[in-house]
Design a protein around this ligand. Sequence first.
Ligand code: SF4
Length: 218
Amino acid sequence: MTALSISEPGRDCPLCPRLHDFIAEWRQREPSWFNAPVPTFLPPDGDDAVRLLIVGLAPGLRGANRTGRPFTGDYAGDLLYSTLISHGFARGEFKARPDDGLELVGTAITNAVRCVPPENKPVGAEIATCRTFLVPTIARFPNLRAVLALGSIAHQSTVRALGGRVAAYPFKHGGQLPAGGITLFSSYHCSRYNTNTGVLTEAMFVSVFREIAAFLRK
Ligand code: SF4
């Protein structure tokens, strides 16, 4: 079995019955949507080029679950992709469509939970089960140096995927910790809720990417 086949679930992954049923319902309601586990977004240069992996929470119903590309189709992608482009982690123009031609540079983007959860809230068992795919996703990139977790759930699942104890690696916006042979950066999630409420400002988000860029230049 190749790394690709174990790091990416099949379209009908049955491991989380609640999420499987939720997707089945949306396949009926919106048959033209993607409605499946959303695959990791990779750069065109392949796995060897990846030095930064970004881990989000889960696909948004009308975002990645509709379009099939992480952070594409709803608000969260606007801030993420504009920041990636301005720091050299992506090139092209983000138009919130998977065919917009945007390319990642040395970066891959995945989610801690690959299937859309009702109300954006996966339960603990689903987060733990989908780590089946997060662990090999982290392992597939031989030159990976940094992981950026967006939000506390992605942070905690990534800590566990790296073999760490959550209590020893508390979530903190702007945090930077060595873990499992890489450096784990953390940020509040770039959701509309967090930016509208001021939990995360654009300046706070940009500063995390500035630190990652400086770290990768070392
Ligand atoms: S969330 Fe992950 S483990 Fe659960 S059904 Fe979807 S792909 Fe499978």
